[in-house]
Design a protein around this ligand. Structure first.
Ligand SMILES: NC(=O)c1ccc[n+]([C@@H]2O[C@H](COP(=O)([O-])OP(=O)(O)OC[C@H]3O[C@@H](n4cnc5c(N)ncnc54)[C@H](O)[C@@H]3O)[C@@H](O)[C@H]2O)c1
Length: 334
């Protein structure tokens, strides 16, 4: 049994707590959140105890693994604390919004052997992962294009926008990582980004984007197109396409059932696609935890490393450089 301490009991922390307790090999022992009320509620719902400080949870001898699901600016501090205590860590994305903080953290944890897995859950989605496998097996021949459409159902509120750190670093970071995952050992070398405020007043106030498009190019010449929106009236739109010399594969949107309705006004209509990430990526979040537990039990190397988190942030930063300079930016991973 792997005993967990959960740091952060907000929107995603609450979901992780439930997934941990549903896993036959895992047990949630402690919950810490600066908001004691949130921590108490999540602890109570999952038969865990709250702690008054993060270290009380991290350093507890019974705790094997830490799940970091707190606000983004706390991640590096908790990664360092967890590493010093030699605990396995599953840390939500992004590692941080500031590459200097990420580099500082990287220095402090370098040479340590504890397992660190970054929460890029989309890698564990069965359909997206099938595309990555197909690319590896050569099923679509030589990969030439990756096309990712990733659109949220509705824009978040101003408080979220002011704290989230910008569309590219908070949201597109998933798509940068998914592109890297599919490309494997073929690094993204060039980035072009466009961003716009087309419809949301809060996004405008926060000086952020509600609409964005990116063209990236890998070392071998694969072209990647990503498009993002903060509003899709039909739900959480998540589609990935890979195109190559032997064909194309599409990971499409999902609906709760496969029922299609035909009537006098419509043909082939379906119920709405899943509304947002917790529903759409339920299986992926569960398998992300399964992978983390397998890695601990078999003492394997992490499949989604700290450097995967760092490289996705570097791509997001390159995208901002491209937007600001109105030019194609060469990516510097050093
Ligand atoms: N992988 C995904 O699909 C996904 C989805 C949503 C959020 N996230 C990430 O998860 C993290 C949390 O996001 P959220 O949507 O749950 O946010 P949230 O605001 O709902 O929750 C954050 C929680 O962190 C707590 N917190 C703040 N400072 C803290 C501290 N010093 N110590 C302990 N707890 C502290 C807050 O009180 C809050 O309960 C973010 O990094 C976000 O980017 C990932």
């Amino acid at each position: 049994m792997i005993n967990f301490a959960l740091l952060g009991a907000g929107r995603i922390g609450k979901m992780h707590a439930k997934i941990i307790n549903e896993n036959p090999y895992a047990n949630l022992k402690f919950v810490y959140d600066v908001n004691t009320e949130s921590a108490s509620k999540v602890a109570e719902e999952n038969n865990a105890k709250i702690t008054q400080t993060p270290l009380e949870a991290i350093n507890n001898e019974e705790v094997d693994a830490i799940l970091i699901a707190s606000a983004t600016p706390t991640h590096t501090e908790f990664l360092i604390m967890g590493t010093e205590a030699n605990k396995s860590i599953l840390c939500e994305k992004p590692i941080d919004l500031d590459i200097n903080k990420v580099n500082e953290c990287r220095k402090k944890i370098s040479g340590k052997s504890n397992i660190i897995q970054i929460g890029f859950n989309r890698r564990f989605d069965n359909s997206h992962a099938k595309l990555q496998q197909a690319r590896l097996n050569g099923e679509i021949g030589d990969l030439e294009m990756i096309i990712i459409s990733s659109r949220d159902p509705a824009p978040p509120g101003l408080d979220y926008l002011n704290a989230a750190g910008g569309f590219f670093r908070d949201t597109t970071i998933h798509d940068f990582d998914l592109s890297r995952f599919i490309l494997g050992d073929d690094p993204i070398e060039e980035v072009t980004a466009f961003g716009d405020n087309l419809f949301d007043e809060n996004v405008k106030k926060a000086k952020d984007f509600d609409t964005a498009m990116f063209i990236l190019k890998s070392k071998t010449g694969v072209l990647i197109h990503i498009n993002n929106s903060r509003r899709a009236v039909y739900g959480y739109d998540q589609r990935v396409e890979i195109f190559g010399s032997k064909g194309m594969m599409i990971s499409g949107n999902q609906t709760p059932t496969s029922v299609e309705k035909f009537s006098s006004i419509q043909t082939s209509s379906r119920e709405p696609i899943y509304n947002f990430f917790i529903e759409r990526y339920q299986q992926a979040y569960t398998d992300q935890l399964n992978e983390f537990i397998k890695t601990i039990k078999n003492n394997e190397k992490s499949k989604v490393t700290f450097d995967d988190g760092r490289n996705a942030l570097i791509l997001a930063n390159a995208a901002y450089d491209s937007f600001n300079s109105k030019s194609v930016v060469k990516v510097d991973y050093s």
